[in-house]
Write a protein that binds this ligand. Structure first.
Ligand code: NCD
Length: 305
């Protein structure tokens, strides 16, 4: 039985297959409409979510399966003090696969160790968010035609942003990917990622503070929200929250084919005026999230269509 806890749980070859499957699902949705007949996904979300939870549910419904779950710790027995380990043991007998989001780093790993069904990490604190990474990879590969030979800018809260952490882990495995890490000093990529991932693998990267200084060289720009819920004090959040605002003026400095990605939700970091720019693909990205989660569910349940 397989789980997806970290983006590295799939090899590059397995990922390629998964992304191919997602592309096929996009083209031929009817072919997959009954693939998960009588299967159930449990979505156990201890933290807020719109896209991740609903895209998992839409994915399972599109495959002909059904969904159960909870959308907040308050509405589950976590509020009574139940551990994740106990909850997953029980859910294992109610569903065939489970997606879990939790504010604590490592929670999905703990769940997987007690589970008898495949567990998918739908975000564990400020650590990892592998299914967002699958979504990001599918978006870049589908719209750029490749995952190698790209210069990608990651901008915003690189410290607490789990989507950024997972994306870096995944992209260093492709040839000639260069990173431009754009953040204020306080929100730099954590040292363990700089040292153990980027430096250890000899990856080309640089850190800059001003978006304008880097935007012109990028093939893709990955904007992120300042992760308010992970800040220790509100003052720091208020000081940093509008550090970056991508607007039309800054976009004039960018390449004509630069992709603008964002895991969403957006707060202020991308002006609404940017939404009509053909380079803005973040809503399309959210749509790819459904296809890739359909592909993931089929893969983990070992269902071939
Ligand atoms: C992200 C998350 O939850 O980490 N959202 C998402 O799943 N698309 C990004 C964020 O909340 O900023």
């Amino acid at each position: 039985m397989r789980h997806l806890i970290s983006p590295l749980d799939f090899s590059v070859e397995e990922l390629d297959k998964l992304l191919d499957l997602a592309n096929d699902i996009e083209k031929n949705p009817d072919k997959y409409a009954k693939a998960c007949d009588r299967k159930k996904i449990a979505t156990c979300f201890y933290e807020p979510s719109t896209r991740t939870r609903l895209s998992f549910e839409a994915a399972m419904l599109n495959l002909g399966g059904s969904v159960l779950g909870f959308a907040g710790a308050d509405s589950s027995s976590a509020a009574k003090g139940e551990s994740v380990s106990d909850t997953i043991r029980v859910i294992s007998s109610y569903a065939d696969i489970c997606a879990i989001r939790h504010p604590k780093e490592g929670a999905a790993l703990v769940a997987a160790s007690k589970s008898t069904i495949p567990v998918i990490n739908a975000g564990d604190g400020g650590h990892q968010h592998p299914t967002q990474t699958l979504t990001d990879l599918l978006t870049i590969r589908s719209l750029k035609g490749r995952l190698d030979n790209i210069t990608i800018g990651l901008c915003g809260d690189l410290k607490f942003g789990r989507t950024v952490h997972s994306l870096i882990h995944a992209l260093v495995r492709y040839e000639n990917v260069k990173f431009v890490l754009i953040s204020p000093e306080e929100l730099r990529v954590p040292e363990y990622i700089r040292e153990d991932v980027l430096k250890a693998k000899g990856i080309e990267y640089k850190e800059v503070e001003r978006l304008e200084d880097a935007i012109g060289e990028l093939d893709a720009l990955y904007m992120t929200r300042v992760q308010r819920e992970r800040f220790f004090n509100e003052e720091d959040y208020i000081r940093l929250k509008d550090f970056y605002v991508l607007n039309k003026e800054k976009l004039e400095l960018a390449k004509d084919d630069m992709l603008i990605l964002h895991p969403l939700p957006r707060v202020n970091e991308i002006a609404v005026e940017v939404d009509d720019d053909p380079r803005a693909v973040y809503f399309k990205q959210a749509q790819y999230g459904v296809y890739v989660r359909m592909a993931l569910i089929l893969t983990l349940l070992e269902i071939e269509v």
